[in-house]
Design a binder for this molecule. Sequence first.
Ligand code: TYD
Length: 133
Amino acid sequence: MEKAKLIELIQHGDEKGYLVVIEENIDVPFTIKRVFYIYGSQRDILRGNHANRKSEFMLINVSGTSKVRVDYGNSTEIFDLNRAHVGVYIPKMVWKEMYDFSDDSVLLVLCSELYDPEEYIRDKGVYYAEVNQ
Ligand code: TYD
């Protein structure tokens, strides 16, 4: 099974500051169909808590910090998101939880699919049954 991984993006920096570019199928390994961002979550809040049958994601804390715990069905991994030019790529069929949000956290999410609640698995028992079959 394909694992999640950190992707470091190029920081174009000069005396004006920084600029980071994300082009589909170049900087992220999918076509970007959907973009959303998450902010205003308290540190003790757990978000995500789902896996996706089709969607692939790239998560980047463009401001502040958070953590992402992924579960592959037989192992887990934690990624610290704390740099505006480093994101975590999450393939399909990976359970994910986002937590430990800083007050200034803005978590940008790029996604390979349009929103379809039917392709979300929100029950961990159902996820384990599907991923381990
Ligand atoms: P939800 O999936 O519960 O967010 P999280 O996984 O971060 O806890 O989504 C929150 C709300 O936003 C929910 O009412 C569904 C809606 N939503 C959309 O309408 N489109 C989207 O692309 C996403 C991700 C969520």
